[in-house]
Design a protein around this ligand. Structure first.
Ligand code: ATP
Length: 233
């Protein structure tokens, strides 16, 4: 579903991604694991078309991100690590705003809000202002905004950061539901155990390169093994 070849990205004076290659399987929940500064956010932003790489190619659902950005955008949802919601808007208004931004037809917006709210168990919150929601619920709304157009691919940058264990569990259940509905998820974190609970595949990123790519067995030993590979020079 995502194919990347020879991706290099430079910030001024710093190479963040270095000839990176990867593929993300259709229908997978792929964990992108790496220490602080490994390049996770930069990689996500490149896939989302928010950064222009120095070289290399990125294809999502067979579409080139640089050449067909609008078509890719329709197939993709992206949740930034620093997502923001308009505090004065209700949940329904936030979803409506996202639907309009995604170019959904006016007559399709009400149904999209309804379906998204159901998917995220937000039906009872639609009239509530986002400022009055817990962090976990605000994040649900942000995920709702990212999937309002039913994308094939969802990118989530450190979604579990700052959540309590219960909210993390709910997030894991939600990710599994989205996967079951046919969506492909790429989820980043620097905490291995956090991702293992719901991921089918794991990518280890270090110094702007993929160090390891494997299917997860959910064995209790895999976290330790990956920790070692992250720590190795
Ligand atoms: P974290 O887990 O801390 O968010 P990350 O894996 O997401 O880290 P990135 O944010 O992609 O890593 O950063 C990759 C590298 O690029 C880091 O060394 C970072 O310091 C550097 N970097 C990020 N943004 C910039 C910028 N705007 N200018 C210069 N260097 C940057």
């Amino acid at each position: 579903m995502i194919q990347i070849s020879g991706l290099t990205f430079d910030y001024p004076g710093h190479r963040a991604l270095n000839q990176l290659n990867l593929s993300v399987e259709r229908g997978s929940v792929t964990a992108l694991v790496g220490a602080n500064g490994a390049g996770k956010t930069t990689l996500m932003r490149c896939i989302a078309g928010l950064e222009t790489p120095l070289s290399g190619s990125i294809a999502v659902a067979g579409l080139d991100v640089q050449e067909e950005p609008r078509a890719v955008h329709r197939q993709m949802g992206y949740l930034s690590d620093f997502f923001g919601l308009y505090q004065d808007l209700t949940v329904a208004q936030c979803l409506e705003y996202a639907a309009a931004s995604q170019g959904l037809a006016k007559e399709a917006i009400a149904a999209a809000i309804h379906d998204t709210a159901q998917r995220l168990s937000l039906q009872d919150r639609l009239k509530q202002k986002t400022s009055s929601l817990s962090r976990g619920l605000r994040q649900r709304v942000a995920i709702g905004q990212a999937i309002i157009h039913s994308p094939q691919v969802l990118l989530l940058d450190e979604p579990a950061s700052g959540l309590d264990p219960e909210a993390r569990n709910e997030l894991a259940i939600l990710f599994r539901q989205l996967q079951t509905s046919g969506m492909t998820l790429l989820v980043s974190s620097h905490i291995l155990a956090e991702l293992e609970a719901y991921s089918s595949h794991m990518l280890v990123l270090k110094d702007g390169k993929i160090l390891e790519h494997r299917a997860l067995s959910n064995s209790p030993h895999s976290s330790r093994a990956l920790q070692l590979s992250l720590a190795s020079p």
